[in-house]
Design a protein around this ligand. Structure first.
Ligand SMILES: [Zn+2]
Length: 92
């Protein structure tokens, strides 16, 4: 498995425990402080989770290239991944 073998080491800082899965689709189970109350997402909505959660502050993020932010995070390279039953996901 490439993830365990360190193939992505130069792209992501994997931490353990690790739950794989970075291409994610699912249903919103609960809306909490990661999502704007009364916003566009509601419990029960079907969603696709786009990885590459940038820091939002660098030049790349400001251009919309959050997927290549050097401080970005990807689900599936740490404790939360697509194979989890539940996954906290920021709204943006
Ligand atoms: Zn950034």
């Amino acid at each position: 498995m490439q993830l365990v073998d360190g193939y992505f080491a130069k792209y992501a800082h994997s931490t353990f425990p690790l739950t794989p899965g970075h291409e994610i689709a699912g249903e919103i189970d609960r809306v909490d402080d990661l999502v704007t109350k009364g916003g566009r997402f509601n419990e029960g909505d079907l969603v696709v989770v786009v990885g590459g959660w940038g820091d939002g502050t660098c030049r790349l993020c400001q251009k919309g290239d959050t997927h290549i932010c050097v401080h970005g995070r990807w689900p599936g390279f740490g404790p939360y991944g697509g194979y989890s039953e539940y996954l906290p996901v920021p709204e943006k």
